[in-house]
Write a protein that binds this ligand. Structure first.
Ligand SMILES: [Mg+2]
Length: 293
């Protein structure tokens, strides 16, 4: 169980968001923060990454966990529904595997070539006066790869990813013996080795991301292509936008068939509290993206 203190301590230790000076950053905008999902939100489902990802998960289950081929598709779907991600479900069922090994198998061979630089989205993001943060269930390497391929690697202040919400359970600790030889041992910090994986759509994961990013949910818009993530985002107090759908889903304040339509659908992002346009205040400089892991 992740506690509020754990998250606050981690964010403080990382010293990233807590030190950021938000005063005046958005120049009186209605919203101060934008929280973006990555996959199928910043690029369309038609890229084929989603389908490949699913195939790779199924292959991992057969090859590494020796699950019967005929069982795999049904299990995948049920675990995804029940636990948020198939990976979280496999862990909850007691399957033991290395998280990094899973991620490299599932994401390492994705057809990233199908993602191209998106200058339209880049210009939109850089013109938004708010602090922008990525919040993905994916791992760090995948998030960096996708952002680089899209040409958006410097458009966000931070990335909250799998490693952020699920820090390694086993940490090396150095212990010196009497003759001062270094011995590396592994320990289980705070008895968390078997704690469940924290990921969307759990409200707890979204609340953890809100704390780590140090944002005010009432001043934050959350973009995601998953209806259940949107429902949880709303439960956590965020303003919500379902992406990749032209119809509203429960808990969504806006629906965007493509992220490219953001300016037409939500002009408030570029407006101040009094309704004035903020664009002339905006400094369109790119920032270094920090990975919170
Ligand atoms: Mg997504």
């Amino acid at each position: 169980m992740h506690t509020e203190n754990d998250e606050a301590n981690r964010a403080e230790k990382q010293g990233i968001f807590l030190k950021m000076d938000d005063v005046g950053r958005s120049g009186g905008a209605k919203y101060d923060y934008l929280l973006f999902d990555l996959d199928d939100t910043l690029y369309p489902l038609s890229s084929g990454l989603n389908l490949s990802c699913r195939k790779n998960i199924e292959e991992f289950m057969q090859q590494h966990l020796h699950i019967e081929e005929s069982e795999v598709p049904r299990m995948c779907l049920e675990l995804y529904r029940e636990y948020g991600t198939t990976m979280a479900g496999l862990k909850a069922l007691g399957y033991e595997f290395d998280n990094d090994e899973f991620h490299s198998h599932v994401h390492g061979r994705l057809p990233y070539d199908s993602l191209k630089h998106d200058m339209v989205l880049r210009n939109l993001l850089l013109s938004m006066p708010q602090r922008k943060i990525i919040f993905t269930n994916g791992d760090k390497a995948h998030a960096v790869q996708v952002l680089n391929r899209l040409g958006l690697e410097d458009c966000f202040e931070g990335i909250i990813c799998f490693e952020t919400l699920n820090p390694h359970h086993l940490e090396p600790v150095d212990c010196r013996t009497s003759d001062d030889q270094m011995v590396i041992i592994e320990r289980t910090p705070e008895g968390k080795a078997n704690s469940p994986i924290l990921c969307k759509p759990s409200v707890e994961a979204i609340e953890a991301a809100i704390r780590i990013a140090n944002v005010d949910p009432k001043k934050t818009i959350f973009f995601d292509d998953s209806a259940r993530n949107i429902a949880s985002g709303k439960a956590a107090g965020l303003h919500t936008v379902i992406v990749g759908s032209s119809v509203l889903v429960p808990g969504a304040d806006h629906a965007l068939s493509s992220i490219h339509n953001i300016k037409e659908a939500i002009p408030e992002i570029w407006e101040g509290e009094g309704g004035q346009q903020l664009e002339h205040f905006i400094k369109s400089t790119a920032v270094d993206t920090v990975i919170l892991a």
